[in-house]
Write a protein that binds this ligand. Structure first.
Ligand code: BES
Ligand code: MN
Ligand code: ZN
Length: 494
């Protein structure tokens, strides 16, 4: 889908479909009022007959209105005007594009971004429309022999005037870059474990590096062994699939600016290892690399946006498999940091690979480090599928991430991180264990990581409940690419 701007009064705009908003309580938006006046009251008529109520997400398609240049008019319900928020606006935008794709219109002119959403700019609204359009038209059919019908809607123009043209252009550019990042993360998540291997993630990083002039460094088993990453290596022992640690560097600012380091958990399939998982829904453990996918998606988005910031993206990738060579419960390993770990459960593998990636991150002298991981089932129990879990000993960094999540409609909820929980990780035989029992399972997992994150500002995002959807809507969500991109954008402009 191609996005552009179009200047002129709504009734004069040519195209297959004109999209305007209407509020609940019989109120028309500015564009809808102009359409109503030009069409001698077509919309007030529709209100009178009960066909148009402006309820949030409702749509009404009208053909061949007199006095209107466009072939069709789609009126989208924005809900009550005084209840308009980012979220309700995005919901209406999604409804608009869903309805649009069900018409035969090849192109559309959208007049929704004029809506006054509290604390949001015109550019924000355009970005929301672009991401909504991309969200409802996202497809994953590369592995189906019969492809879905191609999309009829090819071109979307946003209404603009002299005063708003630059903002509309900026909104389109940002929305497109963000959607490209989100789609990459979704697709990497949706690809099965026999396609999306650690090598595939590394190849994806190489491709990004070529396209966006990033620096890429891929560590293979030999390098990883030379670095003495005993914790990481314990996870890959049972697998025949070569492990990779990928470092992508984006330099958008002067070299003297310390980089933000993003670390993604990239378990391309998590069987649980010798502590094997039950068969039920085990297929969903192909999504256990969604942290890594979100790092690659974010690197893509910020590079396309040309953000003035330095960022290093680290992807720690391997499989967690049972075999004759696999790590056994009770095995003790030495991490790159020198700390020893008693592996009481091989299914608590995410923290084992992240531990060494965190130690590795020290060499970048980071401004801060954020790890992103589908780390614990306990986080899904605690927060469900709405909020990602945010853990950080750093109140300021936590506040920044909370705010970015709110701004991006990709929310997090702060969870406790306190020394008192460390007791649960006590081991009789090593420095500590890799599990802390069922109580506060997502907190003890974060506490484990904390032991490897003492030398920089750090936050951990547990995305186990938010990275993908189960059931009939099974699929990657692309979260938290929007949150991370917004966080970096705010840092770049600070
Ligand atoms: N990748 C899983 C976490 C997970 C499970 C995410 C289900 C989403 C849905 C992780 O590696 C894991 O298995 N964690 C264990 C830890 C436990 C053994 C302490 C868990 O959550 O059960
Ligand atoms: Mn696991
Ligand atoms: Zn896992």
């Amino acid at each position: 889908m191609e996005f552009s701007t179009k200047a002129g009064s709504p009734e004069k705009l040519k195209g297959a479909c004109l999209v305007v908003g209407a509020y609940a309580d019989r109120k028309l938006s500015a564009s809808a009022s102009l359409v109503d006046a030009a069409s001698k009251g077509a919309l007030t008529n529709a209100i009178k007959h009960g066909d148009l109520n402006g309820k949030r997400g409702s749509t009404l398609l009208l053909h061949g209105l007199p006095g209107i240049q466009a072939e069709r008019v789609l009126v989208v319900g924005l809900g009550k005007q005084d209840e308009l928020t980012d979220r309700t606006f995005a919901e209406a935008a999604r409804a608009a594009f869903r309805a649009l794709t069900q018409t035969g219109a090849k192109d559309a002119v959208v007049c929704l971004a004029e809506a006054a959403v509290p604390k949001r700019t015109h550019a924000d609204n355009v970005r929301q429309c672009v991401t909504a359009a991309r969200e409802v038209t996202y497809r994953f059919d590369v592995l189906k022999s019969k492809k879905e019908e191609p999309l009829v809607l090819k071109k979307v123009a946003f209404a603009s005037d002299k005063a708003s043209a630059a903002a509309v252009e900026a909104g389109i550019a940002e929305g497109t870059a963000l959607s490209n990042g989100i789609d990459l993360a979704k697709t990497l998540g949706n690809l099965p474990g026999n396609v999306c291997t650690p090598t595939y993630l590394a190849d994806t990083a190489k491709k990004l590096a070529r396209e966006f002039h990033l620096k890429v460094d891929i560590l293979d088993r030999k390098h990883i062994e030379a670095l003495k990453m005993g914790s990481f290596l314990s996870v890959t022992r049972g697998s025949d699939e070569p492990p990779k640690i990928v470092c992508l560097t984006y330099s958008g600012a002067a070299a003297k600016n310390a980089p933000v380091v993003l670390i993604g958990k990239g378990i391309t399939f998590d069987t649980g290892g010798i502590s094997i998982k039950p068969a039920d829904a085990m297929d969903e453990m192909k999504y256990d690399m969604c942290g890594a996918a979100s790092v690659l998606g974010t690197m893509r988005a910020i590079a396309e946006m040309n953000l003035k910031i330095n960022v290093v993206g680290i992807v720690a990738a391997c499989e967690n498999m049972p075999s004759g060579t696999a790590t056994k419960p009770g095995d003790i390993v030495t991490s790159m940091s020198g700390q020893t770990v008693e592996i009481l459960n091989t299914d608590a593998e995410g923290r084992l690979i992240l531990a060494d990636a965190l130690t590795y991150a020290e060499r970048f002298k980071p401004a801060c480090v954020i790890d992103i991981a589908t780390l614990t089932g306990a986080c899904v129990i605690a927060l469900g599928n709405i909020n990602s879990g945010l853990f950080s000993p750093d109140d300021q960094l936590a506040a920044e991430l909370l705010a970015a999540g709110q701004a991006a409609s990709d929310p997090t909820w702060r969870m406790p991180l306190e020394e008192e929980y460390q007791e649960q990780l006590k081991s009789n035989f090593a420095d500590f264990a890799n599990i802390g029992g069922r109580p506060g399972g997502s907190i003890t997992a974060a506490c484990f990581l904390w032991r490897f994150a003492k030398n920089f500002r750090w936050a951990h995002l547990d995305i186990a409940g938010t990275a993908w959807k189960s059931g009939s809507a099974k699929g990657g969500t692309g979260r938290p690419v929007a949150l991370l991109t917004t966080f970096l954008k705010q840092r770049a402009s600070a």
